[in-house]
Design a protein around this ligand. Structure first.
Ligand SMILES: *Cc1c(COP(=O)(O)O)cnc(C)c1O
Length: 361
């Protein structure tokens, strides 16, 4: 394998090296199949097994209740911004949205096309630098569902625990922290995540949904925009993204072999703590997110000037620390340290930060 850099990119993001090696070894021919995973039929026994494995691994890792559906879709998290209201928001109904970042705001704007959207809380006036407190959240007792983003990839905030939404179905965009820590699936109505941050490559979206909600979309919806279609068709109403689902099956097996979600949470906690310590050590670096709202997946920070930030990005790229430029909408720096990001890369960045400050601080 050519030499690899430390990939701090926000997504598509780093994959576990053992998974990449397994993909490489089995790419020309899957053992016992004699064909590449890129060539097999999506109706073949080989793919039956891949799909069943991916689903079983997710169920085991997250403790998905037996009656919940685990579906594999396309269109990314962004299509879920539309599918959620198309399926769950009646035209005369209202959905509550927690606006905690630009992805959450995009989801709310899309929902407005299908029904009324009520803002149950927002921190937009503060640049989404923190999450709303329980006292700031106002959930309507008649909301069709409450939508929240578990981890705000751009601002770098993450709910320590999801807010209490009473008996309303909680729908979450978990694209950037799914399977990074234990999750109470039964406390959710629907969980969705584009795979390309914590689960695998781009091209597949995982949806975990309560059975009654999966059936709620009207039959007048376009076939592929209705959750029930994927329930009935076993995630194969048409050709699914075979390769992406294959990689998800390998990444989830790797996660299981690493000790599951409790162990993943401990590793993620340790990695994030090291970077926040490097930021907080002096005044040279400044964390973007409020300390109580800090994300363990996307560590956002600033330097004293835009010139120093540009120099930092330039020098880190040269040093094999790639992808640290913040999202184009907010600037600054962002270190994305998802499940597969190695602790050695965090140590390398912390050491680089200390050295950069010695030179320019
Ligand atoms: C990356 C991201 C998205 C967009 O995902 P696509 O798969 O590109 O549509 C949506 N929500 C969150 C929280 C994200 O991190």
């Amino acid at each position: 394998m050519a030499e690899r850099v430390f990939n701090f990119g926000a997504g598509p993001a780093v994959l576990p090296e053992p998974v990449l090696e397994q993909i490489r070894d089995h790419l020309p021919a899957l053992p016992g199949v004699g064909m590449s995973v890129l060539e097999i039929s999506h109706r073949s026994p080989a793919f039956d097994e891949i799909l069943a494995t991916a689903e079983a691994n997710i169920r085991a890792l997250a403790g998905v209740p037996d009656d919940y559906r685990v579906l594999f879709l396309q269109g990314g998290a962004t299509l879920q911004f539309s599918m959620v209201p198309m399926n769950l928001l009646p035209p005369d109904g209202t959905a509550d949205y927690l606006l905690t970042g630009s992805w959450a705001a995009q989801a709310a704007r899309e929902a407005e096309k299908f029904g009324s959207v009520r803002v149950a809380a927002t921190t937009e006036a503060e640049g989404f630098g923190r999450l709303p407190s329980a006292a700031e959240i106002d959930i309507s007792s008649t909301a069709a569902y409450v939508h929240a983003t578990t981890n705000n990839t751009i601002a770098g905030t993450q709910w320590p625990a999801m807010p209490d939404v009473g008996d309303r179905p909680l729908v979450v965009d978990a694209s950037s922290d799914i399977l990074s820590r234990p999750i109470d699936v039964a406390g959710h109505g629907l969980i969705y995540a584009g795979a390309q941050k914590n689960l695998g490559p781009a091209g597949v979206t995982v949806v975990i949904v309560r059975p009654d909600l999966a059936e709620r979309g009207p039959s007048s919806l376009p076939k592929l925009l209705r959750y029930a279609t994927y329930v009935q068709g076993g995630s194969r109403p048409n050709t699914p993204p075979v390769f992406a689902i294959y990689v998800v099956s390998l990444v989830t097996a790797w996660l299981r072999d690493q000790g599951g979600l409790q162990a993943a949470a401990a590793r993620n906690e340790r990695k994030a703590a090291k970077l926040y310590a490097a930021i907080d050590r002096t005044d040279f670096y400044r964390g973007v997110a409020d300390p109580d709202s800090r994300s363990r997946m996307n560590v956002t920070f600033r330097l004293p000037t835009p010139e120093l930030e540009a120099g930092f990005i330039h020098e880190t790229e040269a040093a094999g620390l790639s992808g640290l430029k913040g999202h184009r909408s907010v600037g600054g720096l962002r270190a994305s340290i998802y499940n597969a990001f190695p602790e050695a890369g965090v140590d390398a960045l912390a050491a680089f930060m200390a050295e950069f400050e010695r030179t320019y601080g």
